[in-house]
Design a protein around this ligand. Structure first.
Ligand code: GDP
Length: 308
């Protein structure tokens, strides 16, 4: 029973925590700011971004001399939306509100990275489905050759969606898989290639070497590949997601994030903290296990849902 209560508590929404933090208070003072800091941290926003948000609110309080707690909600929304917008600006990634691909880059090559269990394969399957549905020709590359299940699972998704999967089986060279997938895509005049990779964090040097090699080998065939390096993170794992982002951004140039399992958590704060801290835009969010449960990230919708 106490475990249930614990889970219940961890799932408490940002909005209700915020409500409790300001109850009985009409003005934002140091005490409210302390409470707010705790609410942000326990919502997995991360220390760095929490400090930044608190500082911005302090500045507003200092400037306007008075800030009513009834306005805190609106101001926080503004600040969080501004943080997310800043990331898009800095990375020059246009906010995408659908699954369209840039017409000039064919095939568009997406390399997908992330540790096991975060929902990498599922995200690839969902992405393939979205592109396929829009009439794009899709090729998948089973580059996570470290786990037998990963290749099989990707093949299952390929069958389900109706798109080819290039695979060489288990324990084969992932860069050869990537090369063949890109080659096949060029031959087929495919629009998009999505390449799975193995994410083994306990062998950091290998991770970097492997990802670098995959890139180098596919670049022999298509010099501008990959156009996108998509890091998949599990949004319900809090601090672990930050650690993974640190490791993967060290190992390779991550250009976009997919944050999964946001259906199972009220702690979507990871989305805010990670995109701000690493200056990488969140492009997709996973909101369930089904094929249609992948959405392109919409800042305003996200901020609204965070405050529900
Ligand atoms: P991988 O090891 O990273 O390739 O992870 P998988 O794609 O196999 O996913 C691991 C588990 O997470 C599976 O049971 C998926 O159905 C589940 N999963 C993936 N994405 C989501 C999501 O957005 N929401 C939920 N609730 N489950 C997800």
């Amino acid at each position: 029973e106490s475990l249930d209560k614990g889970l219940e508590k961890s799932k408490e929404s940002f909005f209700s925590k915020l409500g409790r933090a300001v109850v009985g208070k009409s003005k934002v003072d140091d005490e409210v700011l302390d409470e707010l800091e705790e609410v942000l941290i326990t919502s997995d926003v991360g220390i760095e971004t929490t400090v930044k948000i608190i500082r911005r609110i302090e500045e507003r309080v200092a400037r306007d001399k008075y800030l009513g707690t009834d306005e805190l909600d609106r101001i926080l929304r503004e600040e969080i939306a501004a943080l997310l917008a800043d990331v898009d600006k800095q990375t020059n990634t246009p906010t995408q509100d659908d699954f369209s691909l840039p017409a000039t880059k064919t095939p568009y090559v997406i390399m997908v990275v992330g540790v096991n269990g975060v929902g990498k394969t599922t995200t690839i399957g969902k992405l393939a489905a979205q592109y396929h549905k829009r009439g794009y020709k899709v090729v998948l590359g089973a580059g996570d050759t470290f786990r037998a299940a990963a290749v099989d699972q990707l093949k299952l998704w390929g069958n389900r969606v109706g798109v080819p999967v290039i695979e060489h089986g288990m324990n084969t060279d992932p860069s050869a898989v990537a090369f063949d997938a890109v080659k096949k895509a060029v031959e087929m005049q495919a629009d998009v290639v999505i390449i799975d990779t193995a994410g083994r964090l306990h062998t950091k040097v290998n991770l970097m070497n492997e990802l670098t090699k995959i890139k180098r080998v596919m670049q022999k065939f298509l010099p501008e590949a990959p156009h996108e390096v998509l890091l998949v993170l599990d949004g319900s794992t809090g601090q672990n997601a930050f650690i993974q982002a640190t490791e993967f951004t060290k190992a390779t140039d991550v250009t976009a994030l997919a944050i999964t399992k946001l259906d199972g958590t009220a702690k979507g704060g990871v989305v805010i903290g990670i995109s701000d801290q690493f200056r990488i835009p969140v492009k997709y969010i996973g909101v369930g296990e089904k094929i249609e449960d992948l959405q392109t990230f919409n800042k305003m919708e996200f901020v609204d849902s965070f405050f529900k």
